[in-house]
Design a protein around this ligand. Structure first.
Ligand SMILES: CC(C)(COP(=O)(O)OP(=O)(O)OC[C@H]1O[C@@H](n2cnc3c(N)ncnc32)[C@H](O)[C@@H]1OP(=O)(O)O)[C@@H](O)C(=O)NCCC(=O)NCCS
Length: 161
């Protein structure tokens, strides 16, 4: 992970709500999370919510959800602002999210992506995720259409010394 990017990653705070809501709205057409849901994730959820801050602006975020007594973490959301893409920021955030999940005692990370989201599937493939299950009509598409998805997973292991 490029050092400059990994140094720019920190835990999100309640005061980041406006910035992460704007990022969501800009990055997702159908799947944007509501402010209410984001506030819950920032303050009360059993989750890790990380942001990447460049030039004092939040340019990317990632959310990992945990369940009590489960060693499976769920990569719930990852997004990078349009202007910051293609610089390894998502890859760095994903690595940071996996490190947090390991600290939480998890041994497996699961994620989902739209079948049509090639950038996302390439990101996960590059990071060592395996596509395990097709998800038929899983996502809301434009209008009344449904879109297929794919479930991905990666076994988490601590970095070797
Ligand atoms: C998917 C997304 C998070 C990638 O962010 P990013 O910071 O540009 O990704 P990175 O620069 O870290 O790229 C990491 C790897 O992902 C892949 N990748 C990223 N964007 C890609 C694209 N547009 N086309 C093909 N591969 C892509 C590449 O394999 C890349 O590795 P490489 O640079 O060594 O080739 C970003 O495009 C985004 O926010 N999209 C909108 C929200 C979204 O779809 N989130 C995922 C929901 S599951």
């Amino acid at each position: 992970m490029p050092g400059a990017v990994s140094n720019a990653i920190r835990a999100a705070r309640a005061a980041d709500l406006d910035a992460v809501a704007a990022l969501e709205a800009a990055c997702f057409t159908c799947d944007a999370q509501s402010r209410r849901s984001l506030r819950h994730l920032l303050t009360r959820a059993h989750a890790d919510f990380l942001v990447c801050v460049l030039n004092e602006a939040i340019v990317a975020d990632v959310v990992v959800l945990y369940r009590r007594a489960s060693r499976v973490a769920r990569l719930y959301s990852i997004a990078v602002s349009d202007a910051a893409r293609g610089r390894g920021i998502a890859a760095a955030l994903l690595a940071a999210a996996e490190a947090r999940a390991l600290v939480q005692g998890c041994t497996l990370m699961r994620a989902e992506a739209r079948a049509s989201n090639h950038a996302s599937r390439a990101l996960f493939a590059r990071a060592g995720y395996r596509e395990t299950t097709p998800l038929c009509d899983y996502y809301q598409g434009p209008g009344a259409r449904r879109e297929d998805g794919v479930r991905l997973e990666k076994i988490l292991s601590p970095p070797s010394e």
